[in-house]
Design a protein around this ligand. Structure first.
Ligand code: COA
Length: 182
């Protein structure tokens, strides 16, 4: 993948319905509210309980520094000018290619936004030379796996005991990928 001509700090990805843009200070309240959701706390690694300071940190520091350091293209998903969720492309080293991740605020689910965002980030990576993009979802996370499939991803297998849960136990992840020709 060649990111030499990309200004990751300001990069915006547009789809038919969505704008995937850098986080802004005025996203704090929406991120804070969304991350109170039990599904987001169950299936992602966001802090739990999720405080307003966590949202401030995520919006103003974490996501911007990941972009600045070339680690990830983390984006706020906007639909009709409203914050609806988060999607990211993580430039993980190794043969699996960049990883796509997402969560959608409870008030915006069921519209195919996660799938549309995942597809757009994968296509963005392919345009810049990625040979493949991958995505992992807990084997019990049906909604996320459906979103991945709707985005065109195919399941390759299961990565056993790869997910650390909050209670110290571990779970299995379904591994998905998308190739430029899929
Ligand atoms: C997973 C998540 C991002 C999906 O967001 P979304 O924008 O509603 O997703 P989409 O509308 O693109 O697709 C959801 C699909 O799952 C289905 N679905 C929704 N809830 C479901 C459930 N509880 N069980 C099974 N399928 C479900 C929808 O019908 C849809 O399927 P379809 O494409 O065949 O119609 C959202 O539910 C979420 O944020 N969950 C909590 C965080 C999370 O799990 N993130 C992913 C970590 S890998």
């Amino acid at each position: 993948m060649d990111l030499s001509h990309v200004d990751l700090a300001t990069e915006v990805v547009r789809t038919e319905r969505l704008v995937l843009r850098p986080y802004r200070q005025d996203d704090v309240d929406a991120v804070h509210e969304a991350c109170q959701d039990a599904e987001i706390q169950r299936w992602t690694t966001v802090p739990s309980p999720y405080t307003r300071d966590d949202a401030v940190q995520f919006v103003t520091i974490t996501t911007g520094s990941a972009r600045a350091a070339g680690r990830a293209l983390t984006t706020a998903i906007e639909a009709d000018g409203r914050f609806v969720g988060s999607a990211g492309l993580h430039f993980t080293p190794g043969p699996l290619g960049p990883a796509v991740g997402y969560w959608v605020a409870p008030w915006a689910r069921g519209h195919g936004y996660a799938a549309e965002a995942a597809r757009a980030l994968a296509d963005w990576a392919f345009t810049r030379g990625a040979a493949r993009v991958h995505l992992t979802a807990d084997v019990a996370n049906a909604a996320s796996q459906n979103a991945a499939r709707r985005a065109g991803f195919l399941q390759e297998g299961v990565i056993r005991s790869s997910l650390p849960y909050r209670d110290g136990s571990r779970g299995d992840a379904a591994l998905f990928s998308l190739l430029p020709g899929d």
